[in-house]
Design a protein around this ligand. Structure first.
Ligand code: G3H
Ligand code: 13P
Ligand code: ZN
Length: 307
């Protein structure tokens, strides 16, 4: 089955009160782990590629790995550009066959974000490519751009932004952030703000970045075997479920994949110090990705059986 647009996926998710997981991919094992989970759960999937991932693996490798992944399945799968920083990168992935792009002008002044997003929409829509944009700013690090404080999305501005840009989905800032250390104290999301935005933009798909839940079992496992991951705290799964039921159709997860793989590999090296065949440690790492993604699909996103 060829790659699909998120359009139908999101319409069904919105109506059903669930969300689709958008999982970051960098290499073959991550793609295989996510795909295996999707097949097991009969779940639609979004696989997304950051600029860093594109630099690491190369666009052609990612596209060919995705072609291979889709050969044996009829699952609906979207290939999405995560945090596209400029028009050129969006155009390159559109030309390469991605079915969805994010143009991230969230760091720009409002009118410049609008102008850039409009430019990408004008390039993407004639080719049937979906466009996600971002309004507001998340704290944390995204593709080497680091911002210490978040700026929550203004609901009235979100309406104006969507109307003037024609973007298909909107990433909003309501208290999530990228990386493993999302909250210093009690985790808190501004769900009232989310409900206000949903009320002003009915039926419109919203996106939550920085939505890893940072399972403590992985943090503890990594640290028990030599890791030094301090202050790790994610978004509680119950809050993600609430967001999924309130207009958030796409939930981005990268950090949890990194933690699952790294904790598993650290343990493997501890338990079997004589191993040096990469297949020996990448096999359990890939299984850990699969199990973590299956758990998300089943227990957090609610999209099991929705393919
Ligand atoms: O938005 C951030 C994602 O986790 C991608 O991270 O730029 O290090 O690949 P990366
Ligand atoms: P996490 O760091 O919470 O996994 O967020 C990933 C993300 O938003 C990718 O765009
Ligand atoms: Zn993000």
């Amino acid at each position: 089955m060829p790659l699909v647009s998120p359009k139908e996926m999101f319409a069904k998710a919105y109506a059903g009160g669930y969300a689709i997981g958008a999982f970051n991919v960098n290499n073959m094992e991550i793609i295989q782990g996510i795909m295996a989970a999707g097949v097991q759960e009969r779940s639609p999937l979004i696989l997304q590629v950051s600029a860093g991932a594109r630099k690491y693996a190369g666009q052609n490798y990612i596209i060919k790995l995705m072609e291979a992944a889709l050969m044996d399945t009829d699952l609906p799968v979207v290939l999405h550009l995560d945090h596209g920083q400029n028009f050129e990168i969006c155009k390159q992935v559109i030309d390469g066959g991605f079915t969805s792009v994010m143009i991230d002008g969230s760091h720009l002044p409002y009118e410049e974000n609008i102008a850039l997003t409009r430019e990408v929409v004008a390039c993407a829509h004639p080719k049937g490519v979906w466009v996600e944009a971002e309004l507001g700013r998340l704290a944390g690090v995204e593709d080497e751009v680091s911002s210490e404080h978040s700026i929550y999305t203004d609901p009235a501005q979100a309406v104006d932004f969507v109307k003037r840009t024609g973007c298909d989905s909107l990433a909003i800032a309501i208290g999530t952030s990228h990386g493993a250390c999302k909250f210093k104290g009690e985790p808190k999301l501004d769900l009232d703000r989310l409900h206000t935005i949903t009320g002003l933009l009915p039926q419109y798909p919203l996106v939550l970045h920085g939505a890893s839940s940072v399972p403590q079992e992985f943090v503890e496992m990594a640290n028990a075997y030599g890791g030094e991951i301090a202050g790790a705290r994610g978004v509680p799964e119950s809050m993600l479920r609430q967001a999924a039921a309130s207009g958030v159709c796409k939930i981005n997860i990268d950090t949890d994949i990194r933690l699952a793989m790294t904790a598993t590999i650290r343990k493997h090296f501890h338990d079997k110090p004589a191993d040096f065949d990469p297949r020996a440690y990448l096999t359990p790492a890939r299984d850990a990705v699969k199990n973590m993604v299956s758990h998300k699909i089943k227990n957090v996103l609610g999209c099991s059986g929705k393919a």
